[in-house]
Ligand binder design. Structure first.
Ligand SMILES: Cc1cc2nc3c(=O)[nH]c(=O)nc-3n(C[C@H](O)[C@H](O)[C@H](O)COP(=O)(O)O)c2cc1C
Length: 277
């Protein structure tokens, strides 16, 4: 049993002055200690548990209850074997105990409009965003449910690295696209809590104010570095920017974002039924 202060200190990597010595509620403790897990025991996840976890996913809020998402449970070994080479950033994808693909889905309600003889006149940015948010929330609820059941999970945007090939293999039709995969299984090891930005950066009071951002980010870099320093060999894009003497979170993400990621994504959506008007 941990106190709120202990859990919050672990989440932020330092005592940020919030939380007290009261015992945390079990659900709150589960959220505050959650972490991605990428290595699993070679044990199956039972189908009836998967069904319950998908019901957890479907329990997420949904814009106007439009439920604009679909979930593909990928069990067929042949399909997994064909997918894996298109997701090289996730080695061993073909043998993860559980692999699900969460998709934003505008198509279903376009078809429903057809059944009701109504035009669907919302193939636009708003629907794209609503469907993406619905799918992301469903994924989040799936992850929360899975972790409550003792599974380890990790979302996978790597499934979008070759979105055309992945969509073809999964026979994903126009009006639907994968937002991310989720892999899951019984954890091989407990993993660790990954420290988050302090609330002083993320939360704004009454109006947006990031005037102290640089100093605050320096502090966050240092906090993380004190706990998990990143070794030189794990620095990213050293071909472009060399090996940094101090390699913190801000150096890492600015290197990542300093190179275009998935520049073909918009063209993919446009050629797969999304007008994005
Ligand atoms: C939309 C999304 C996509 C992600 N894609 C990947 C991925 O492709 N590979 C991976 O190992 N982790 C992926 N992650 C997991 C993040 O790396 C992870 O959540 C983040 O580093 C924070 O760590 P934590 O979840 O352990 O707190 C993804 C997470 C989200 C929300």
């Amino acid at each position: 049993m941990a106190t709120l202060k202990e859990l919050l200190t672990e989440r932020y990597g330092k005592d940020t002055g919030i939380g007290d010595d009261s015992e945390a509620d079990t659900a709150i403790e589960a959220l505050l200690t959650r972490r991605s897990i990428r290595a699993y025991k070679d044990e199956e996840v039972p189908d009836d548990l998967i069904e319950v976890l998908i019901a957890c996913a479907q329990s997420a809020p949904s814009k106007s209850n439009l439920q604009q998402y679909s979930i593909i449970v990928v069990k067929d070994q042949d399909i997994r074997d064909r997918l894996a080479p298109w997701c090289p950033r996730t080695p061993g994808l073909e043998s993860k105990p559980l692999l699900l693909v969460f998709c934003a889905d505008m198509r279903r309600n376009q078809r429903v409009g057809g059944f009701r003889d109504r035009p669907h006149v919302n193939n636009n940015m708003d629907t794209f965003l609503n469907a993406t948010v619905d799918a992301a929330l469903a994924m989040g609820y799936f992850v929360t449910g899975a972790e409550a059941a003792g599974l380890g999970t990790a979302p996978l945007s790597s499934l979008r690295d070759n979105i055309g090939e992945v969509s073809e293999i999964l026979e994903i039709p126009d009006g639907v696209f994968p937002i991310a995969g989720v892999m899951a299984g019984w954890p091989e090891a407990p993993g660790y809590v990954n420290q988050r930005l302090p609330q002083s950066i993320v939360v704004h009071r009454d109006r947006y104010d990031d005037s102290n951002l640089e100093a605050e980010i320096d502090g966050y870099d240092q906090t993380r570095h004190n706990i998990f320093p990143i070794p030189d060999e794990r620095q990213t894009r050293t071909d472009l920017w060399g090996v940094a003497e101090f390699y913190g979170w801000s150096e890492h993400i600015s290197r990542q974002l300093g190179k275009p990621e998935r520049p073909e994504f918009k063209a993919f959506l446009k050629s797969h039924g999304f007008d994005l008007d």
